[in-house]
Design a protein. Structure first.
Ligand SMILES: NC(=O)c1ccc[n+]([C@@H]2O[C@H](COP(=O)([O-])OP(=O)(O)OC[C@H]3O[C@@H](n4cnc5c(N)ncnc54)[C@H](OP(=O)(O)O)[C@@H]3O)[C@@H](O)[C@H]2O)c1
Length: 303
């Protein structure tokens, strides 16, 4: 992608930050967030990204231009507690108002989550698998909010004729963090890591390089009605496995706490992603090793 005018919401987040930096190399990138950490805004400004203060919870986008070629909605309002009303206003209504504002876009990419699926044990979920709520034990409102957002995006794609694609992330990780990174910190501090009694707790990782690499073909696949795709790699890996590997790299010992009251496994098929953008490239051990080398080289075992 070159010379496109792109809006990225949630640009300071774990997933969008490396995306914003990469796209800014050859495009005009605008970033929308509250910029609660001014250092992150400064880092974006430093590479020429325009930063506009927006609070998704307010749904007021008047400060933003309306002539974006592409909109990538990575923002997620997380501080909603157990308040479903706030969840739906801040995440679901907000994405609709954003699409209404940016209805001239050539494509709209909405970042969803495999949290939209009904818990299915170790079954591999396709985009047609039953929807439901697999995050309730840890984040009460999250799955409901993500499903509601998807419905709003589907509606707006048709109502405003915006080619759209809904990308359901599984476990994104890389040199800007992710769930395995938090587990590494728990290992460092001797904190028990909850894993499901329906063991192992298996997810389908996707590295930030593969997220970045798949964005142009995913935007090209946006359509009316909205396209839907699982955004995960080919590697089904359990928490037990990735913590074990982090242990091999660092010498830290994971302590697992088996409980039914934590997230169940969520394993997703990326067959459709492969059809749209080819197979993902980063093998999970390589990605985890690079994450540790970049973020906490001090923890690596001395050879
Ligand atoms: N990380 C994962 O493991 C994972 C897994 C599956 C799906 N996803 C999805 O991937 C997307 C990105 O997730 P992430 O983990 O990178 O998120 P994150 O690290 O929590 O970052 C959230 C981003 O949204 C912005 N934001 C939060 N509240 C806002 C508000 N009221 N108004 C405007 N902006 C706001 C934040 O900036 P400010 O706070 O400065 O406003 C930040 O840039 C989300 O849609 C998430 O649901 C993530």
């Amino acid at each position: 992608m070159k010379n496109a005018k792109i809006l990225i919401t949630g640009p300071t987040g774990q997933v969008a930050y490396p995306v914003a930096l990469k796209l800014a190399e050859a495009n005009e990138v605008w970033a929308a967030a509250r910029f609660s950490d001014p250092k992150k805004r400064d880092a974006l400004l430093a590479v020429g990204i325009q930063c506009i203060n927006v609070d998704m919870a307010q749904g007021d986008f008047r400060e933003l231009p309306q002539d974006f070629d592409y909109v990538l909605n990575f923002a997620v309002v997380r501080d909603v507690g157990n308040d479903f009303d706030t969840e739906l206003t801040s995440n679901a209504e907000a994405v609709g108002l954003l699409m209404q504002h940016c209805r001239a876009a050539r494509a709209f990419l909405h970042v969803s989550s495999c949290a939209v699926y009904h818990p299915a044990g170790h079954e591999v979920l396709t985009e047609k698998s039953p929807l439901g709520d697999n995050h309730r034990t840890m984040f009460a409102t999250y799955s409901v909010g993500k499903n509601a957002q998807e419905a709003v995006v589907r509606f707006c794609a048709r109502a405003f004729q915006i080619p759209s694609i809904i990308c359901r992330l599984n476990v994104p990780y890389g040199n800007n963090g992710g769930w395995p990174y938090y587990h590494m910190l728990m290992m460092e501090h001797g904190v028990p890591i909850p894993v499901n009694t329906d063991a192992p707790s298996t997810y389908t990782l996707i590295h930030e390089d593969d997220i970045i690499g798949s964005i142009p073909p995913l935007l090209a696949a946006a359509k009316v009605p909205a396209e839907i795709v699982n955004w995960s790699g080919q590697d089904h890996v359990s928490i037990e496995q990735w913590c074990g590997y982090i242990g091999e790299l660092t010498g830290l010992e994971p302590k697992f706490q088996y409980t039914p009251d934590t997230l169940p496994s969520v394993m997703s098929s990326n067959a459709k992603l492969q059809r749209l953008s080819g197979p993902t490239q980063v093998k999970w051990k390589d990605g985890i090793r690079r994450m540790v080398e970049t973020m906490r080289p001090d923890l690596l075992k001395r050879a």
